[in-house]
Write a protein that binds this ligand. Structure first.
Ligand SMILES: C[S@@+](CC[C@H](N)C(=O)[O-])C[C@H]1O[C@@H](n2cnc3c(N)ncnc32)[C@H](O)[C@@H]1O
Length: 367
């Protein structure tokens, strides 16, 4: 659908919907203004819901009711032309993205992680039949461990000190859903630019970013992956040293996924293509000269002060106005938070940082 016979005009505090034919105008409140502006180019109800949910703190049911009622009233006045979008397309897209997010976080077979942990701790045991029964029923036999593992995957927390070794992403379901909100808003508003993740590990969050572009017919945008593909650098910046953030390969081998493994992971999901570009090396060396011109979504997941700082310095100016910046480790590591605060202070920026969960934050670039 799109708004055909009316324009949205801002005059001072007021937002008006101007009826061109009748030369009359309606004053719009905040939600209505946001929806009417979203109708400036062809869109869908689903995108309008996402746009509104990203901006206002309301539940999905209330949002869908308010948006569809307002759009219906515009349709009745002849402002909006509705074209039947095949409902199966949007329904299948939702199902695909939801299943993908559950697969990337390994919420589909989390009991495998319990099995591996048990075998690592206790070995195969002497009674093989009893052990196989336990393996079969481990989800119920170790119900508490199972529930806490699932919880960790929803929230993107490490579990018993393990950074989600059997999942393609450690960022958790909530952060993936937030990426979907940001992406749909970018698509709905026509914000130009590629998606870039700095710090990809096994590539899961980047795979989800690429899937969003593909699922929403926005695959002419590129997805960029920056990583050493050999793990984190040893801490040298005072903020990283002070927090003893040695997450380098000798200490945390799981955080060092090779380029080939990440490419194979993309291929496993059928998403490896020319639209996916890799920037191997330390951020300080690769990002300043990276051949990416405009970024609509920048995801920082390098944990350290130095990695966060290097990424913001090299790429912040390339983020489009209306684009999003997501910082994964803001609540998790003091050093990361400090790098963000230092960068914003140096630039005199005071963006509206919003929490996604216990660790990640995001904001929209407004100027
Ligand atoms: C926590 S992991 C990223 C998790 C990932 N986004 C996911 O979906 O699970 C951190 C990654 O950042 C990379 N990294 C951190 N600092 C870096 C730097 N300065 N240069 C290059 N890579 C870096 C590491 O190699 C590692 O793969």
């Amino acid at each position: 659908m799109r708004c055909e016979h009316a324009d949205v005009q801002r005059t001072g505090e007021d937002v008006l919907l101007v009826d061109r034919a009748a030369a009359s105008a309606f004053r719009l409140d905040g939600v209505a203004a946001l929806i009417a502006e979203g109708l400036g180019s062809p869109t869908t109800l689903e995108l309008l819901y996402e746009r509104t949910l990203a901006e206002f703190d309301i539940g999905r049911d209330d949002c869908e009711r308010a948006v569809s009622e307002f759009v219906l009233s515009l349709e009745e006045r002849g402002f909006v032309e509705a074209v039947e979008a095949p409902p199966e397309v949007t329904a299948m897209r939702r199902r695909y993205l939801d299943l993908l997010a559950r697969t990337l976080t390994n919420l589909v077979y989390p009991e495998h992680e319990l099995r591996v942990e048990l075998l690592e701790r206790e070995g195969p045991g002497e009674d093989r039949i009893a052990r196989r029964r336990l393996m079969r029923d481990i989800r119920y036999e170790h119900a508490e461990a199972y529930a806490s593992l699932v919880d960790a995957k929803l929230e993107g927390r490490t579990w018993r000190g393990r950074p989600a070794p059997d999942a393609h992403t450690m960022v958790g379901l909530r952060r993936l859903r937030n990426l979907e909100r940001c992406a749909t808003r970018i698509f709905a508003d026509g914000i130009p630019g590629d998606f870039l993740e700095a710090g990809v590990c096994q590539g899961g969050a980047s795979i989800f970013l690429r899937a969003l572009q593909v699922a929403y017919d926005e695959a002419d945008r590129r997805t960029w992956l920056a990583d050493s593909f050999a793990g984190l650098p040893e801490p040298t910046h005072p903020a990283d040293v002070a927090e003893r953030l040695d997450l380098s390969e000798p200490k945390q081998p799981w955080l060092a996924a090779g380029l080939r493994a990440v490419q194979d992971n993309f291929a496993t999901y059928g998403l490896l293509s020319d639209g996916v570009r890799f920037l191997p090396g330390w951020f300080a060396d690769t990002l300043p000269s990276a051949p990416v011109e405009q970024i609509a979504l920048l995801r920082l997941d390098g944990d350290l002060y130095i990695s966060t700082w290097d990424t913001l310095v090299a790429l912040y100016d390339r983020v489009s106005v209306g684009g999003y910046i997501v910082v994964d480790d803001y609540g998790c590591f003091e050093a990361c938070r400090q790098a963000v605060q230092d960068f914003l202070a140096e630039r005199g920026l005071t963006p509206d940082l919003r929490p996604i969960d216990w660790s990640a934050v995001f904001w929209r670039k407004t100027a």
